[in-house]
Design a protein around this ligand. Structure first.
Ligand code: MRU
Length: 368
């Protein structure tokens, strides 16, 4: 997608220096656009853990890129043990997104097929690049399936189709194009009149900082709202459809996504607003049956709740300020699980299906 008119991916291997992985550092956005160099597994693990990059799809691609760096940096005399250790290090960075382990496991099985270290490194590079490419292809297919829902609504009303989204499941959260934003960008490219309600998404404000930034860069009409606004908008017919992303989806259709998603789904159910979850197949967890009980929920630093970062309106400097009474404890659950009964449909690169294990398995017969 475009940044100041120039096309970017969120992660790539540098063409002139193939031992260098580069990422868009999401932390300073929307105020500064920074590219970060990553050469070691330690640096990639830190980038994932400390959210220089984030978003389930991108975490999966970063894991695959991290394993390419692992192959480059492993001691030739201790190669297999080093690869295993690096895989464990990456796997421990964030608990909820299923894509992390998926990206690592894919590399482990690919690398093990190489007959020499040179061949293993070449395989790891190929796999990392393929993982990024496939992530983007999936996003574009999600866009093609999802846009049909927007077209249907557009054909039945005057004025823009109002779409609500939560957190950032945009192109910054994937290699490119996004999941929840994919139907939106596809509709926009087709000339359909769309308008996006962007939940700010406390505590890290991925909606206000990232989704709004990327929609603005792309010229898509949008309005940022405080997280608690969605219910009111839905009661007054100001939301036609909701698209959110996912960090882990049980094969039965329960969805872990950014904290607050569940409350939007409850309000959507009460107001008859269609609620769709968009994600690549790499986000499925084929083991978990009861998502509410068994999907691991990351708890992050309380400072994300007690402090806020932004630009000083007077002197323009970037600052972190405290917003709570000193000493008041804070809790920071990063995700919640929306049970399948609240979900209208799941959209992956395989198509749209009900959030129900029989319907999911029809799209994925090889998992039966
Ligand atoms: O904590 P984050 O920013 O990594 O949260 C994950 C997400 O990006 C969202 O939950 C998103 O909606 C999932 S789709 C990539």
């Amino acid at each position: 997608m475009n940044v100041n008119g120039k096309a970017y991916k969120t992660i790539w291997i540098n063409k002139d220096d193939e031992k260098l992985v580069q990422i868009i550092d999401q932390r300073p956005l929307p105020f500064e656009f920074v590219i970060e160099d990553i050469r070691t597994v330690d640096e990639m693990a830190r980038a994932i853990r400390e959210m220089h990059l984030r978003g389930a799809g991108l975490i999966g691609v970063a894991a695959a890129m991290g394993m390419y760096l692992a192959a480059l940096n492993a001691d030739p005399d201790n190669f297999d043990a080093d690869i295993k250790r690096f895989a464990e290090q990456l796997n421990a960075t964030r608990p909820t997104a299923a894509n992390l382990k998926w990206g690592i496991d894919r590399q482990l099985s690919a690398i093990s097929a190489g007959n020499s270290i040179t061949e293993k490194i070449a395989i790891a590079k190929n796999t990392a690049e393929n993982t990024a490419e496939e992530d983007e292809v999936s996003a574009r297919k999600i866009g093609e399936y999802g846009v049909k829902l927007i077209e249907e609504i557009a054909s039945e009303k005057d004025g823009p189709v109002n779409i609500l989204t939560h957190c950032n499941a945009g192109w910054l959260a994937f290699a490119d194009f996004g999941s929840a934003t994919a139907p939106i960008y596809t509709a926009f490219e087709k000339g359909i009149d769309v308008h996006v309600w962007v939940d700010e998404t406390r505590p890290r404000n991925q909606g206000a900082r990232l989704t709004a930034w990327e929609l603005k860069q792309h010229g898509v009409p949008h309005t940022i709202i405080a997280d608690n606004t969605g219910g009111h908008l839905m009661q007054h017919n100001m939301v036609d459809i909701i698209f959110v992303g996912a960090d882990r989806v049980s094969y039965t259709g329960d969805v872990a996504n950014k904290i607050g998603t569940y409350l939007k789904a409850l309000a959507a159910k009460d107001n008859g607003v269609p609620f769709y979850v968009t994600f690549p197949s790499s986000t499925f967890d084929w083991e978990i049956e009861d998502g509410v009980a068994d999907i691991p929920i990351e708890q992050r630093d309380a400072a994300e709740v007690t402090c806020i970062r932004g630009r000083d309106v007077e002197d323009g400097s970037l600052r972190v300020v405290n917003i709570t009474p000193e000493g008041s404890p804070a809790a920071n659950y990063a995700f919640d699980v929306t049970p399948r009964k609240l979900i209208t449909g799941l959209i992956s690169e395989r198509g749209i299906c009900a959030a129900d294990k029989y319907e999911v398995l029809k799209l994925y017969p090889e998992k039966k």
